[in-house]
Design a protein around this ligand. Structure first.
Ligand code: SF4
Length: 313
């Protein structure tokens, strides 16, 4: 099959030459956009559960969470190597000693070959990166920092109360890259009022900042959030599934083909949801996107001429 987009599974095979699985870990942490440091409301779409509805409880120790998930993955998928994935809320927002202990615990477990840390672009500290570099060198593991950007449109980021705009993201990417860590950026392609122009600009900025991975999501709306109220009172409409698929394809066309795609659409909890993935399963949407690309000869990186400077002729 001709190249459509760079799948994360292919990236893992190329890099590790082995079956590698991510093990989600839930830490007892919060987020400065929820605890009052930046705001108390959080991002307008954020439910209290954060992003980690598939995780074990945060009261279970890191090593125990890893052991349980590892045993399950070994049995079910015959997996051999693992990525410790700190998934929920803001995993760099805690006392520095706690951060060090959690990361140390994960890095010392056999068959953990990488640590992935999900966080906000405005919460990545130099001393944390320094410590991760020590662990990387000591245990020969890789480090990926997963940054929530969601949209390059900073007006949108203000409207959804992200508590940071584009500049914090740019600053953080430059610093993380100076440590030679990987970056995975999370993007929501259908935030209220964002257009296809924002889709394109987001892909271009992620490419320009030399990211390694991207995770795409469609917006899901959970009861009890500010966005749920706005949605119910008709303050915005959600684009159609066909439009979402078109945005994914356009995003991929403007994205460097060196960036791996961890997801084309997220899996979301259906409980308490007002809107999830147009009531369509994520894998069906993924298959339809791939089908559409195949049919029309479209592929990741097809429109990245913008990375070349223009020389006078
Ligand atoms: S940054 Fe993440 S955890 Fe914090 S409020 Fe926003 S979505 Fe929720």
């Amino acid at each position: 099959m001709s190249f459509l987009y760079y799948k994360y599974s292919d990236f893992l095979k190329n890099k590790y030459n082995n079956k590698v699985y991510k093990l989600p870990i839930n830490l007892p942490v919060t987020c400065p956009n929820r605890d009052g440091r930046i705001s108390v409301g959080g991002c307008s779409y954020c439910a209290e559960i954060g992003a980690g509805f598939e995780c074990l409880s945060g009261s279970v120790s890191v090593s125990e969470q890893i052991a349980k998930n590892m045993a399950y993955m070994k049995k079910r998928f015959k997996a051999e190597k693992f990525i410790a994935y700190f998934q929920n809320f803001t995993n760099t927002y805690m006392p520095f000693n706690d951060f060090k202990n959690f990361m140390k615990d994960a890095s010392e477990i056999e068959n953990i070959i990488e640590i992935a840390i999900s966080t906000r672009p405005d919460c990545v500290l130099t001393k944390q990166l320094d410590y991760l570099k020590e662990l990387k060198e000591k245990h020969k593991i890789n480090i990926t920092i997963e940054l929530g950007l969601q949209s390059a449109n900073y007006h949108t980021l203000i409207k959804i109360n992200r508590g940071h705009t584009l500049s914090e993201y740019i600053k953080s990417c430059i610093e993380i890259k100076s440590y030679d860590f990987d970056i995975c950026t999370h993007v929501i392609l259908n935030l209220p009022n964002d257009t296809i122009t924002d889709t394109i600009e987001t892909a271009k900025i992620i490419t320009a900042l030399n990211n390694n991975h991207v995770k795409l999501h469609a917006l899901y709306i959970i009861e009890g959030t500010k966005m749920a109220e706005e949605y119910k009172s008709g303050k915005f409409n959600i684009i159609t599934l066909d439009e979402y698929k078109q945005r994914v394809i356009t995003f991929l066309e403007y994205l460097s083909p060196k960036i791996s795609i961890q997801r084309l659409i997220g899996r979301a909890p259906e409980e308490n949801s007002l809107f999830v993935n147009w009531n369509t399963s994520w894998w069906k949407i993924r298959d339809e996107i791939e089908e559409e690309m195949k049919k029309n000869g479209l592929y990741q990186g097809r429109k990245i001429q913008y990375i070349n400077p223009i020389e006078y002729k």
